[in-house]
Design a protein around this ligand. Sequence first.
Ligand SMILES: C[S@@+](CC[C@H](N)C(=O)[O-])C[C@H]1O[C@@H](n2cnc3c(N)ncnc32)[C@H](O)[C@@H]1O
Length: 299
Amino acid sequence: MNLLVPYQSPPEKDSMLGRLMTLLVNKGIFVQSEAGYQLTPASELILTEGSNMGANLRFTTYAEVIKIWSRLSEVFMESGERSLFEKAFDGKKFWEFTKEKPEYGKLFDNAMASLSNAVMRGLIASYPHIFDGLNSLVDVGGGTGTAVKFIAGAFPNLKCTVFDLPHVVAKALKSESFDVVGGDMFEKILPADAIFLKNVLHDWNDEDCVQILKRCKEAIESNNNGGKVIVVDIIIGFESNDPKTTETSLLFDITMMGLVGSKERSKQEWHDIIIRSGYSDYKFYPVQLGIYSVIELYP
Ligand SMILES: C[S@@+](CC[C@H](N)C(=O)[O-])C[C@H]1O[C@@H](n2cnc3c(N)ncnc32)[C@H](O)[C@@H]1O
């Protein structure tokens, strides 16, 4: 275990800091020893470069956005479909806000990249066969390219492309191992053997998901080489038996409800949108990636 870097807070804060640390020790975030406070695996996650869950904490606790939760009860007292975010921001949608507020957009992109850092190596190690036989892959809603960086690194002969909104790909990682293209997934998606959708469909309601999945199907079919869609997302109730994993999935569900008015889906809900989008078959892979599952969709 690493020792924390010493920081000297003003002496009049010692008592308050001590009380806070007592709680955090009790929660297993730190351990106390004669040498001082030490990190535990939980607090190491926040600091580690590789996963850096601190980026997620900074994103989810952003002061201007966290206040939406104080309006939660109001949502249940009015009719209409506005999300909590839209209600709190006078109709503004989450994606407009991330675009208009670059500081928050950056926090969001970093948080997504940190989740990709945490799961992509495991995904490729657990399911290498899902990339077998592919010549091209487009990561739709691929953010700044962290997931594709792992895929292109593991499969150098696979032509990989990150596809996201123009203002997002403008900030994408620069690499010779993948291309970066800006566009709107509701309009047209680049043709490829495989469309990769990680943490994307849970941002959208069922109608929108059907539109996105139809665009994906068109992109695969126009490529004339068989092909499939690879979805990485939560499947509620399909997690491991670890109650913490289930709790995390349910917390994500409520987070999606609040931020974008969408949801995490059960197996049945995934089945419904996949079949409505015109796919002939699909396959669920059991969770080996913390809260995430993989679904392959075949046109
Ligand atoms: C939750 S993030 C997931 C990012 C990435 N796939 C990952 O797993 O880290 C959703 C992404 O969808 C992108 N997005 C939202 N609307 C889009 C659209 N209309 N067309 C393309 N991408 C879009 C966002 O910019 C964002 O990068």
